[in-house]
Design a protein around this ligand. Structure first.
Ligand code: MEV
Length: 391
């Protein structure tokens, strides 16, 4: 049977959540836990998609609906699919489950569709693509209300001259870009590319307001938010290998990102002077990036704990998170909430994962241990692709 499985890792934020939405620097690490998306051609005659065996309901799965619109549109005659979602990342817990889902689904659909190029013998660079989304293409706006219905390019740029299929057609920037657009829709127009880029590229991702020396710059990302235009520079880093681990403690409290992001936006609207706290988070992140690059994990841990104090101050921590962070402190280099807060998970950086994990569990958290930085998106299997080629 024709099927494709793609996977993408979850993420933990070391520094800078919330402030990154306002353009400040931030650092995230891809974790070992992943989301898998398997797609198959459906055998029924119906035009409906199936999701985990049931008829797909776009209202319940807005992420999938938005991706379908961009990569698998009915308007071009794309056939219905059956999709199965699996993995080890709990939803709405600050570990990037929705970004990982969007990245993996985008990658699977790109393999299922392949990619037309508008030149023969081209190098498969975005300028040669007859279809697709890329940070390198200024005409691509995948988020705003005048978003294209599909990734086909128009006029001569959409000439279908050469076709590439399989995992060669997949582009990590494209998957991150689509996932960012989808996150922005879900978060009321306020979303940084932190989760989407980390789940796509893997390892460690640094976002900044400028191109940082010593890091591998990947691309710029822009977004119009309700509070103004934002631009981020996205970099990847392979951190020096050390014996350090991330221990993640889940409070079990469901905490949707959109509500927390809105809460911070409302606070800044009512008390504009509190932008100073957001700026302080940005400064802590800048310091943390330097420590990370020099492999000074003790300073990285200290910066994480300082960051937590600021997150507390802007009101996105919670008593449950504080309990787990306090329990982790004696055996770790630093600990803080990760993601939007209000519940969800905390993360501790530690050289003694067993002791840290036990302490968090004793305080009532459910733990996950991860190495520091995991592989980005991956095509796990691709049997008999493409499923469909745009005519
Ligand atoms: C969510 O993982 C991190 C936030 O900063 C939101 C975002 O960056 O879009 C709270």
């Amino acid at each position: 049977m024709q099927h494709i499985t793609a996977s993408a890792p979850g993420k933990c934020i070391l520094f800078g959540e919330h402030a990154v939405v306002y353009g400040h620097p931030a650092v995230a690490v891809a974790i070992d836990q992943r989301i898998n998306v398997r797609i198959e051609m459906t055998e029924s005659d119906s035009h409906d998609w199936k999701l985990d065996g049931l008829t797909f309901d776009p209202k319940r799965h807005p992420h999938i609906e938005a991706i379908k619109h961009r990569l698998w549109p009915n308007s071009l005659g794309a056939p219905p699919l059956s999709i199965q979602i699996g993995g080890q990342i709990p939803a709405a817990s600050g570990l990037g489950s929705s970004a990982a889902l969007s990245v993996a689904a985008s990658a699977a659909l790109r393999v299922a569709r392949g990619r037309w190029l508008n030149n023969s013998n081209s190098k498969n660079q975005p300028e040669d693509w007859a279809e697709g989304f890329s940070s390198a293409l200024d005409d691509t706006d995948v988020h705003s209300s005048n978003q294209p219905d599909d990734s086909m390019r128009k006029g001569e740029l959409g000439n279908k001259v050469e076709f590439i299929g399989g995992s060669e057609a997949v582009d990590a920037d494209e998957c991150a870009l689509i996932a960012h657009a989808v996150e922005a829709i879900a978060q009321g127009g306020r979303a940084s590319p932190m989760d989407s880029s980390t789940c796509s590229h893997g390892d460690v991702v640094v976002l900044s307001d400028c191109i940082e020396e010593g890091l591998e710059w990947q691309y710029s990302r822009r977004l119009k938010t309700p509070e103004g235009d934002r631009e981020w520079q996205i970099h990847t880093v392979k951190p020096p290998i050390e014996d350090v681990y991330l221990v993640i403690g889940n409070t079990g409290v469901h905490a949707p990102t959109s509500k927390q992001v809105e809460k911070v936006a409302e606070m800044l609207k009512q008390q504009p002077e509190r932008i100073k706290e957001i700026e302080t988070i940005g400064m802590i992140a800048k310091r943390g990036i330097k420590s990370l690059l020099s492999g000074d994990y003790e300073s990285v841990g200290r910066a994480m704990s300082e960051n937590q104090l600021m997150l507390q101050s802007i009101g996105v921590s919670s008593p449950e998170l504080e309990d787990l962070i306090r329990a982790a402190a004696p055996s770790s280099l630093g600990a803080k909430l990760t993601g939007a807060g209000g519940g969800g998970c905390m993360v501790a950086l530690t050289t003694n994962p067993k002791a840290t994990s036990e302490a968090i569990e004793l305080a009532g958290g459910i733990t996950i241990i991860s190495t520091f930085g995991a592989q980005g998106l991956a095509i796990e299997e691709a049997a008999e692709s493409p499923f469909w080629i745009v005519e």
